[in-house]
Write a protein of this length. Sequence first.
Length: 211
Amino acid sequence: MTTNSETAPGEDRSTALAFVNSKHRRGRVVVDQIETPEMLHAWLSRHSMTVPEPPITARELERTHALRDAIRTLMHGSVEGEHPPREMLRIVNEAASAAPRAAALDWTASRGPTRRYTTVKVSPIELVLSAMATDAIELLTDERRQELVECSGPGCIRFLLKDHPRRHWCSPGCGERARAARYYRRHLPQPGGAQSSALASDPSNAVPRGG
């Protein structure tokens, strides 16, 4: 359904969106781009995020997957207008609070008063998850929330930020499948006919080219 080279609209505006979409479908196969510690390491590098060293542990990977699932649940709840489970909120809020910033005041003769921020000492993976959770909170509470939708491509599980009022799909391929599905529903013939059998076997064949 998607390829690794495709990114959904809005992923460049939200790391949390790209994080959730790191798990998607390709045809009938679920693809997880952060399935292993090595894959997570590579994904973080591609998204210009701090790469945890030493190697990511199995426990840290488990926490990363749990946070991704929680953010996905919150995004779905926002899109559908549903209240998410309390546990999902706890996971995201706990991750976001892992690296709190505190303001501190410096004062020198040459520069006078200057402000700086300090953070508590946490592990590199906690810093990454905190940044991801914070970005998700910001996405779900600022103006971008109105642009957040789930891809309408049949079987797709990705989210996107609409870059056009009528766009509800994450990639051209999903757009074609969504149009095929709509056409099929509108033109579904009576059961038993030859056309019905052809459409049922492949609904995308019913869409005129360029439609």
